[in-house]
Design a protein around this ligand. Structure first.
Ligand code: FES
Ligand code: ZN
Ligand code: ZN
Length: 297
């Protein structure tokens, strides 16, 4: 297998692009695809202060690395979820990565706060992943606001977004389909704009980028995510892609074309209140996070 750019030995074959690349040209391709999304969806400007949500997994660490290499002002924000073993190992990867590349980091430890996910879920009698979503969203929003960031970036990739879109279509969840858009506008005065620069790249490609560039990431999935239905949709898409290369990106990008003119400029700022407990913006007098953690006190 030869690189389509230099005819050297290729390290990866990308069937949907009908191309194979050597390490150097794969890195170039990966960065170009990231930049294409950043420009096409006007994700941020060169001078913007970016916060990347990192989990210790490949996608978020790779995104952090690519944005840093592009010269962006980027800080990694990690939340220790308090899941014994898994959280310890993922935190280790994040801190080792930040040290290796000299990157700025914010760490919030839920064990120190008294809200480790398994404990809150048990006390509140709710699913771990639902509790985790609420708590993570809260601390990411909080850190982005307190830190004066312009934009929050996440490592969602093509497989994540296409499979989420497929799931929403199969359940006819019209109201959630727009969540798969690569840019989610700021809400109210405190909630920052969210962007997903890796939406044109697959999980296989982020894993290859990580390995080729010495990015050591936590390979295990969160133990709480076992049996998640999202994995079923990912598997289904991967089977289709295997038989018909290019179908996944076609499916996702055609959707984006169809909804690109939707008015996303309106924010909910007029309807927003201030949470009486924590001071963050909320649709109610008390925000979802404060209502949740109240149950565990
Ligand atoms: Fe949130 Fe696993 S990452 S429960
Ligand atoms: Zn090459
Ligand atoms: Zn609150």
């Amino acid at each position: 297998m030869k690189c389509v750019k230099c005819n050297g030995n290729a390290v990866i074959n990308i069937r949907r692009a009908n191309a194979a690349f050597c390490k150097e040209h794969f890195n170039e391709y990966f960065t170009e695809q990231t930049l294409k999304s950043i420009k096409q969806f006007r994700m941020f400007r060169k001078t913007d202060k970016i916060m990347v949500c990192v989990s210790g997994g490949k996608d978020s660490l790779v995104l952090w690395h690519v944005l840093h290499n592009l010269g962006c002002d980027v800080t990694g924000m990690y939340i220790d979820l308090g899941i014994n073993g898994y959280s310890d190992r993922s935190k280790e990867k994040v801190t080792a990565f930040a040290d290796k590349f000299g990157l700025k980091t914010i760490i919030v430890d839920l064990r120190e706060k008294g809200y480790p996910i398994p404990f809150v879920a048990r006390r509140a009698k709710r699913e771990d992943c639902a509790v985790c979503g609420t708590i993570k969203r809260y601390y990411f929003n909080r850190a982005a606001y307190d830190g004066g960031f312009d934009v929050v970036a996440t490592g969602h990739n093509l497989d994540d977004e296409a499979s989420r879109l497929l799931a929403n279509i199969m359940h006819w969840n019209d109201e959630y389909m727009d969540n798969t858009y690569p840019v989610l506008p700021a809400g109210g005065k405190m909630l920052k704009k969210k962007v997903k620069p890796l939406v044109r790249l697959t999980e296989r490609e982020t894993a290859a980028f990580a390995i080729l560039n010495g990015i050591d990431y936590v390979m295990e999935e969160c133990p709480m995510s076992k049996g998640a239905t999202s994995l079923i949709f990912k598997e289904a898409l991967s089977t289709i892609e295997d038989k018909m290369a290019g179908t996944e990106i076609f499916f996702y990008t055609k959707f984006l074309e169809r909804v690109k003119d939707k008015d996303r400029s309106k924010t909910d700022s007029d309807e927003m209140k201030i949470c009486q407990t924590c001071g963050m913006e909320s649709f109610m007098d008390k925000c979802t996070f404060c209502r949740l953690v109240e149950k565990v006190k």
